[in-house]
Design a protein around this ligand. Sequence first.
Ligand code: NAI
Length: 296
Amino acid sequence: RGKRAFIAGIADDNGYGWAIAKSLAAAGAEILVGTWVPALNIFETSLRRGKFDDSRKLPDGSLMEIAKVYPLDAVYDTPEDVPESVKTNKRYAGASNWTVKEVAETVKQDFGTIDILVHSLANGPEVIKPLLETSRNGYLAAISASSYSFVSLLKHFVPIMNPGIILFVVDVAGGASVSLTYIASERIIPGYGGGMSSAKAALESDTQVLAFEAGRKHKIRVNTISAGPLGSRAAKAIGFIDMMINYSLENAPVQKELSAEEVGNTAAFLVSPLASAITGAVIYVDNGLNAMGVGV
Ligand code: NAI
């Protein structure tokens, strides 16, 4: 059978999550999606009304099918963690079973197992504030939504992920996960504030530790893609995305706009058997901008 992927962090057809879903679907995977609860209604309505049909088109002309959309809020692990104010918030009222543990349980009931876990979500409520002006709550919220959310997803999905089986030195099945990071973790990117740079540093470090732990215990690979700038909804909220896209166009070794599809294709490669020896890695998909020392 084809592989089954759960992609956390899709709420429209502009972001990296959508592009990854498409690349995986084009490669024959079955697509399950986790959508942030407050964005669920509009995403599902738009899907149903055909608003995304143009961008659902795969290279063979068929339309990407999403087998199921799950409501998800990756800052909560279990129902006990959800504060009253969120429980009674009307943006959460219509949905149920959206904590990480419950989503993993529901996916298990619906489909049994998955092969691929994709984390394409981030949130930093104070992202537009410099780190020096970031509050403790803002910093911790960025880490919770953007870094621990991956630890939690992997932890709760690992039990239902098909492990890699090494048969005559060939990796025949192989569970794999991938997340999205940004170079602000390791270089100074003024404007990427609110502890988001810290959150990406944590995500990259955790990629290594989790590669070891999930690799040894479950033969699951863990990688992250350090992506160049894309004008997604999340990036527009930061405010400097057009400037970053232009900076990259001017200064990267390859002077072209980065397409989400290029990141999607890399993700599809990383979770495929073609990448069976790659784990614990940060893979740059940024037209090479990371390699520059100075802009010219
Ligand atoms: P996006 O807006 O398409 O994706 C972010 C998603 O996270 C949204 O769907 C949002 O609803 C979801 N989300 C936020 N908080 C959540 C929560 N608590 N629970 C569940 N979902 C939640 O934007 P984009 O840019 O495609 O982001 C995807 C990933 O790519 C993020 O990790 C981002 O940091 C990373 N990235 C983006 C770059 C860019 O220039 N757009 C560059 C490098 C990395």
